[in-house]
Design a protein around this ligand. Structure first.
Ligand code: RNT
Ligand code: ZN
Length: 413
């Protein structure tokens, strides 16, 4: 009997159908962030990464052109099983023949190459306006800026991005999730916490009052607690973003690096599911701060996956990755992180969740603990290996990536 067949029997003794789990995992789409490939640099500006986020490390071989980034995405995606979408940032606009458009003048045509890329791969695109790494970020502020010229510039950027998101959806045939995150905040204690938030609210209204097709574009709003250099105050806090999303009928987005270290997104998902038709996630790994380390198969990733699967919410949660490690091979970072998220989902799909809920319901916490602990050593790896095999991604990916590194990456300028 194959290892898969053996493992299937073990799971079936727990009442779990591994075929059903594999089928469910096959249908999960993960929106993979493009910015792992070039340390969040983008192509539209020479400005350093700003906005209180940071990549550390200078591993050789970073993509510096659209052609390189696309090649690296292809390499990574060939080693990642399951369904993928590509998540782009506005700063990844591709200009041709010396043409240039600033963020407030970006047009769909500046993303045509990405659309072609996605269509050739029968893949959807998600999008993000880029409110950082730009000269018009004044005193760390964008949509909440007291300077009207600055604020208007960024409002226009948001409006242009909505048009681009709509274009993505129309061209690819897949809905586009457009996520708004602004870095705005203060290093030190503000005299007025209200006014910046009022301006942010007004700016969001101005962007979202522009008509767009809500069946094609899902606008999400991502909150945060603090950034580097913005330690004391963040305009787009959790309360602001949740309240705004609810009032405006857009989708809240939680990034699990954006909360106090003892606060867990896994505990927040159920509440949001009760009040929202859709919710969105940026899955990352925060080490002491929003450090955006590569996702591991750790307890919180598993618990996040469990909360999605357990509540039958795979079709209600937009799952995206968001991390950027420049200290290791970037393609390996991509592949390892996305695979770990998928492994966590598989782990959740392999739980007898109805039975476990029943034990809780009946107050049998003894049995629940024993079962939960037993499941931790069940043969997840054999089911995962079967998934890779069926998806034709069961090669030794590290060897492939090392080969790509020595043939391609190290020769980059
Ligand atoms: C920053 C947010 C945001 C960014 C990307 C690049 O703290 O997590 O999502 O990481 O937009
Ligand atoms: Zn994020």
């Amino acid at each position: 009997m194959s290892r898969y067949e053996e493992a299937k029997k073990i799971y079936s003794a727990y009442g779990v159908d591994t075929e059903k789990a594999l089928e469910a995992l096959r249908n999960v789409t993960v929106s993979v962030h493009c910015w792992q490939g070039d340390d969040v640099t983008g192509f539209d500006s020479k400005a350093a990464l700003s906005g209180g986020i940071q990549t550390t490390g200078n591993y050789p071989g970073k993509a510096t052109t659209p052609v390189e980034l696309m090649a690296d995405i292809d390499k990574a995606f060939s080693l990642i099983p399951g369904k993928k979408k590509l998540n782009l940032h506005a700063s990844y606009a591709i200009f041709e023949d010396g043409e240039f458009a600033d963020r407030n003048a970006l047009l769909p045509k500046h993303f045509k190459k990405w659309v072609d890329f996605a269509k050739e791969r029968n893949m959807g695109l998600d999008f993000n306006p880029t409110f950082f790494s730009h000269a018009m970020v004044k005193d760390g502020l964008t949509l909440s800026s007291p300077d009207e010229e600055t604020r208007k510039f960024w409002v226009q950027h948001g409006i242009q991005c909505l048009k681009i998101a709509e274009y993505f959806a129309e061209e690819t045939g897949y809905p586009c999730v457009m996520n708004i995150w602004i870095p705005d905040g203060y290093k030190d204690i503000p005299a007025d916490r209200l006014a910046p938030r009022a301006r942010f609210k007004k700016s969001l209204d101005e962007i979202l009052n522009t008509p767009y097709d809500k069946s094609k574009v899902y606008v999400t709003l991502e909150s945060k607690v603090f950034g580097i250099g913005l330690e004391s105050y963040t305009v787009g806090s959790a309360e602001f973003c949740l309240s705004y999303s609810a009032s405006k009928g857009i989708t809240p987005l939680m990034d699990n690096g954006h909360y106090h270290p003892t606060e867990l997104v896994s505990d927040k998902i159920s509440s949001l599911l009760l009040f929202n038709e859709k919710i969105a996630l940026h899955v990352t790994r925060a080490v002491r701060w929003d450090s955006d380390h590569v996702i591991l198969l750790d307890d919180e990733t598993k618990e996040i996956a469990k909360e999605i699967v357990n509540h039958d919410a795979l079709d209600r949660v937009f799952i995206a990755t968001d991390y950027f490690d420049a200290s290791i091979n970037r393609i390996s970072a991509w592949v390892t992180g996305v695979r770990n998220l998928q492994k966590a989902l598989l782990n959740a799909l392999l739980m007898p969740s109805e039975k476990m809920k029943e034990l809780q319901q009946n107050g049998d916490f003894t049995s629940l603990m024993v079962l939960s602990e037993e499941l931790k050593t069940a043969p997840l790896g054999d089911i995962w290996a079967e998934f890779l095999k069926r998806e034709e991604t069961d090669s030794d990916y590290l060897t492939e990536i090392k080969k790509y590194e020595s043939e391609i990456l190290v020769n980059r300028k």
